[in-house]
Ligand binder design. Structure first.
Ligand code: SF4
Length: 97
Protein backbone atom coordinates (compact mmCIF):
# COMPACT_ATOMS: atom_id res chain seq x y z
CA UNK A 1 0.00 0.00 0.00
CA UNK A 2 1.41 3.40 -0.97
CA UNK A 3 0.79 6.65 0.80
CA UNK A 4 -1.70 7.67 -1.88
CA UNK A 5 -3.76 4.48 -2.12
CA UNK A 6 -6.64 6.37 -0.56
CA UNK A 7 -7.07 8.11 -3.90
CA UNK A 8 -8.18 4.84 -5.49
CA UNK A 9 -11.40 4.88 -3.49
CA UNK A 10 -11.94 8.64 -3.60
CA UNK A 11 -15.65 9.39 -3.72
CA UNK A 12 -14.98 12.50 -5.78
CA UNK A 13 -13.42 10.40 -8.55
CA UNK A 14 -16.07 7.74 -8.79
CA UNK A 15 -18.17 7.44 -11.93
CA UNK A 16 -21.27 9.50 -11.46
CA UNK A 17 -19.68 11.94 -9.02
CA UNK A 18 -20.39 15.51 -10.05
CA UNK A 19 -16.97 17.23 -10.25
CA UNK A 20 -18.66 20.61 -10.11
CA UNK A 21 -19.68 19.84 -6.52
CA UNK A 22 -15.98 19.92 -5.52
CA UNK A 23 -15.28 23.01 -7.60
CA UNK A 24 -18.20 25.32 -6.94
CA UNK A 25 -18.26 28.64 -8.72
CA UNK A 26 -19.19 31.93 -7.11
CA UNK A 27 -22.60 31.71 -5.53
CA UNK A 28 -22.70 27.90 -5.45
CA UNK A 29 -22.49 25.95 -2.22
CA UNK A 30 -19.87 23.32 -1.47
CA UNK A 31 -22.00 21.70 1.20
CA UNK A 32 -22.71 18.51 -0.77
CA UNK A 33 -19.03 17.86 -1.49
CA UNK A 34 -18.00 18.68 2.06
CA UNK A 35 -20.62 16.30 3.47
CA UNK A 36 -19.33 13.49 1.25
CA UNK A 37 -15.72 14.22 2.19
CA UNK A 38 -16.40 14.24 5.91
CA UNK A 39 -18.01 10.79 5.65
CA UNK A 40 -14.92 9.31 4.00
CA UNK A 41 -12.30 7.41 6.01
CA UNK A 42 -9.65 8.85 3.69
CA UNK A 43 -10.57 12.46 4.45
CA UNK A 44 -7.60 13.13 6.74
CA UNK A 45 -5.10 11.62 4.28
CA UNK A 46 -6.64 13.69 1.49
CA UNK A 47 -6.50 16.87 3.56
CA UNK A 48 -2.89 16.27 4.58
CA UNK A 49 -1.91 15.71 0.94
CA UNK A 50 -3.59 18.97 -0.02
CA UNK A 51 -1.93 20.85 2.84
CA UNK A 52 1.49 19.49 1.82
CA UNK A 53 0.99 20.44 -1.83
CA UNK A 54 -0.22 23.92 -0.92
CA UNK A 55 2.35 24.61 1.81
CA UNK A 56 4.24 27.88 1.22
CA UNK A 57 7.57 26.09 1.74
CA UNK A 58 6.82 23.56 -0.99
CA UNK A 59 8.88 24.56 -4.06
CA UNK A 60 6.28 22.89 -6.28
CA UNK A 61 3.45 24.55 -4.46
CA UNK A 62 0.09 24.31 -6.16
CA UNK A 63 -2.67 26.87 -6.05
CA UNK A 64 -5.47 26.31 -3.57
CA UNK A 65 -8.53 25.29 -5.49
CA UNK A 66 -11.67 23.30 -4.85
CA UNK A 67 -12.77 21.19 -1.93
CA UNK A 68 -10.13 18.79 -0.64
CA UNK A 69 -10.37 16.75 2.50
CA UNK A 70 -13.66 18.41 3.36
CA UNK A 71 -12.29 21.95 3.46
CA UNK A 72 -12.49 24.78 0.96
CA UNK A 73 -9.40 26.82 0.01
CA UNK A 74 -10.02 29.51 2.64
CA UNK A 75 -10.49 26.89 5.35
CA UNK A 76 -7.27 25.15 4.36
CA UNK A 77 -5.41 28.46 4.35
CA UNK A 78 -6.70 29.20 7.85
CA UNK A 79 -5.69 25.74 9.02
CA UNK A 80 -2.21 26.30 7.57
CA UNK A 81 -1.99 29.68 9.30
CA UNK A 82 -2.90 28.11 12.65
CA UNK A 83 -0.37 25.33 12.18
CA UNK A 84 2.35 27.86 11.40
CA UNK A 85 1.54 29.85 14.53
CA UNK A 86 1.57 26.69 16.65
CA UNK A 87 4.88 25.57 15.16
CA UNK A 88 6.41 29.01 15.75
CA UNK A 89 5.27 28.98 19.36
CA UNK A 90 6.65 25.48 19.88
CA UNK A 91 10.00 26.56 18.42
CA UNK A 92 10.27 29.69 20.55
CA UNK A 93 12.44 29.13 23.62
CA UNK A 94 10.75 29.72 26.92
CA UNK A 95 12.34 32.70 28.70
CA UNK A 96 14.12 31.88 31.90
CA UNK A 97 14.80 34.30 34.71
S1 SF4 B 1 -11.91 13.53 1.11
FE1 SF4 B 1 -13.22 14.52 -0.41
S2 SF4 B 1 -11.81 15.53 -1.84
FE2 SF4 B 1 -10.64 14.04 -0.67
S3 SF4 B 1 -10.63 12.17 -1.92
FE3 SF4 B 1 -12.36 12.00 -0.48
S4 SF4 B 1 -14.12 12.81 -1.56
FE4 SF4 B 1 -12.30 13.49 -2.68
Amino acid sequence: MTSHDWELSAACRRPGADPDAWYPTTGQTADVAKKICWARPSRVACLEAAMAEEHPANPQRVRRWGIRGGLDPAERAEKQRRRTIAADRAATPTPTN
